[in-house]
Design a protein around this ligand. Structure first.
Ligand SMILES: Nc1ncnc2c1ncn2[C@@H]1O[C@H](COP(=O)(O)OP(=O)(O)O)[C@@H](O)[C@H]1O
Ligand SMILES: [Mg+2]
Length: 352
C-alpha cells in the first residue's frame, strides 16, 4: 500500500503541493495528471525522498518513509523506490549493460546473480541486442528503455516516472505506453506516473489524481473522472474532446447563454452548465436552444466529425455524425440539449 497523508510542500511563500491525501493498493498504477506548474514533480520528488515535505507523511507498506511534521525522511537509496525522469541521464562512458548493472553493483549483488538480473531486465525491455553499445550509439527511444531497465533492475517496490515519454515522438510514445503497461504487469510494482497528457493518464492508470495549483481536484478511476467530474476543472481537462463549460447569465427576464435567452432551469442563479460534446448537435436553422457560432474547426474522429464553434469568448465543441455543409468562417447553429449534463457553481464545484 502507498499512502500519502496531508502532504504539503512550501518553497518560501510558494505552496507547490497543498494538503494532498491519496491511498492506493499494492500494485496500483497511479497517475498524477495536471497542467504544468501544478506540483506533480514536487509531489513525485517527495515520494522519491529527494524533497522533504513541509507537512504530512508518506507511507510505503505501513512504514513511514517521510514525515514533514517531524522533519524526517528515509534516504532516497534506502526507501525501495526507483525514479525515471523525463531526461534520462545515462552514464555516457558506460555501455548499456554497464548502465543497467551499476545500481546492482552499488547494492553489492554477487556477480553471477547480477549478470542474470541484467540479462533478465534487458530481455524484458527488448534491448538485449544493444548490451555492448554506448548511449551515444543508440536512439532516444532506446536510451529511454535503458533508463527504465536501470531503474527496475534492483526491483524497487515503488516505481516513479516523471513525464518519461514527453521527449519521444508521437508514434514512439504510443508504443512505449503499451510497453510500460506490460512492464507494470510483469513487475507488479506500485507505480506513480506523472503526466500532463490526459490520454496517457486515461489509458494507463488504475487510479488518477487530477491536480491543479498544488491541490488534488479529484481522485478516482479513469472512468469516474469521465462519468462524474467533481469540478469544472476536471470536466474541462479530462476527456476527448473535453466537456463544454458554459456560463449562465441571469437577467430580469430569464437565463442567457452566449447572449441568447434559453429555457434553462439552473439550480442556482450563478452557475455554469456542462454539455458533453457527444450530446451537442448542429441545427439547420435558429431554434429555441441554438446558438449561432463561427465555425472554426472540423476534424474526423472515429468515423464521426468534431466541430468547434466560436462566439465571442465562448468556444463549443460538438461530435456530429457527418461533416457540416459549411466552411470555416461560416455561421453554423449549435444545438444545445434542453438540459445540460451537469451544473457547477461559481467556485467550480459540482452542484448537480
Ligand atoms: N525548488 C523550488 N523552489 C521554488 N519553487 C519551486 C521549486 N520547485 C518547484 N517550485 C514551484 O512549485 C510549483 C510546482 O512546480 P512543479 O512541481 O515542478 O510542477 P509540475 O511538475 O506540475 O510542472 C511551481 O510554481 C514551481 O515554480
Ligand atoms: Mg514537472
Amino acid at each position: 500500500m502507498l499512502e500519502i497523508r496531508n502532504l504539503t510542500k512550501r518553497f518560501g511563500t510558494v505552496e507547490a503541493v497543498k494538503d494532498v491525501s491519496i491511498t492506493v493498493p499494492d500494485g496500483a498504477f497511479l497517475v498524477l495528471l495536471g497542467p504544468s506548474g501544478c506540483g506533480k514533480t514536487t509531489l513525485l520528488r517527495m515520494l522519491a525522498g529527494l524533497e522533504l515535505p513541509s507537512e504530512g507523511q508518506i507511507i510505503f507498506d505501513e512504514q513511514t518513509v517521510s514525515d514533514g511534521d517531524r522533519d524526517w525522511s528515509v534516504d532516497p537509496a534506502k526507501r525501495n523506490s526507483g525514479l525515471v525522469f523525463q531526461s534520462y541521464a545515462l552514464w555516457p562512458h558506460m555501455s548499456v549493460k554497464g548502465n543497467v548493472e551499476w545500481p546492482l553493483k552499488v547494492m553489492k549483488m554477487a556477480k553471477e546473480e547480477r549478470n542474470a538480473r541484467v540479462q533478465e531486465v534487458l530481455d524484458l525491455l527488448d534491448i538485449a541486442q544493444l548490451a555492448d553499445r554506448y548511449p551515444n550509439e543508440i536512439s532516444g527511444g532506446q536510451q529511454q528503455r535503458v533508463a527504465i531497465a536501470r531503474t527496475i533492475a534492483p526491483k524497487p517496490g515503488v516505481l516513479l516516472f516523471d513525464e518519461p515519454l514527453s521527449n519521444l515522438d508521437a508514434k514512439l510514445r504510443v508504443e512505449m505506453r503499451t510497453e510500460l503497461m506490460r512492464l507494470h504487469r510483469a513487475t507488479g510494482a506500485t507505480t506513480v506516473y506523472v503526466t500532463h497528457d490526459q490520454i496517457e493518464a486515461m489509458t494507463m492508470a488504475s487510479h488518477v489524481a487530477v491536480m491543479n495549483q498544488g491541490r488534488v481536484q479529484q481522485f478516482g478511476a479513469p472512468a469516474d473522472l469521465v462519468e462524474r467530474p467533481e469540478t469544472a476543472f476536471v470536466a474541462t481537462f479530462v476527456g476527448t474532446p473535453p466537456n463544454n463549460m458554459v456560463p449562465i447569465v441571469k437577467n430580469s427576464t430569464g437565463f442567457k447563454v452566449g447572449g441568447r435567452h434559453m429555457p434553462l432551469t439552473p439550480p442556482a442563479d450563478d452557475c455554469m452548465a456542462m454539455f458533453r460534446a457527444e450530446n451537442m448537435n448542429l441545427a439547420e436553422a435558429q431554434g429555441e436552444t441554438t446558438l449561432p457560432m463561427e465555425l472554426v474547426e472540423t476534424s474526423a474522429i472515429a468515423g464521426r466529425t468534431m466541430v468547434t464553434g466560436l462566439r465571442d469568448d465562448l468556444r463549443l465543441t460538438a461530435i456530429v455524425d457527418s461533416p457540416p455543409d459549411a466552411r470555416i468562417g461560416d455561421t453554423v447553429h449549435f444545438q444545445l440539449p434542453s438540459q445540460p449534463d451537469s451544473w457547477f457553481g461559481p467556485d467550480g464545484e459540482r452542484i448537480a
